[in-house]
Design a protein. Structure first.
Length: 75
C-alpha cells in the first residue's frame, strides 16, 4: 500500500476493539488528509487558470507581432 494513514490503519486492524481515543485519532487523520487534498485541488485550479491566461497572452502577442511585421515595408 503506497499511502497508509497510520492511526486509521491501526483502528481498522483492531476491528471490534476500537478504543475511543483510537477512533478520534483516526477521524482527525482522515479529516486532515481530506483538507490537504482540497487545498491541492484549489491550487491546481489556480495554476490551470494561470497557464490558460499565459497561453492566451502568448497567442495574442504572436498575432500582434505578425500583424506589425506584415505592415513593415520590405527592403
Amino acid at each position: 500500500m503506497a499511502l497508509r494513514l497510520g492511526a486509521l490503519y491501526d483502528a481498522l486492524r483492531t476491528g471490534q476493539g476500537i478504543s475511543e481515543e483510537a477512533a478520534k485519532q483516526a477521524a482527525e487523520e482522515v479529516a486532515s488528509y481530506d483538507n490537504r487534498m482540497a487545498a491541492l485541488d484549489s491550487r491546481t485550479a489556480v495554476l490551470t487558470w494561470m497557464v490558460g491566461a499565459l497561453i492566451a497572452l502568448t497567442i495574442g502577442n504572436l498575432w500582434l507581432t505578425m500583424t506589425i511585421l506584415g505592415r513593415l515595408p520590405r527592403p
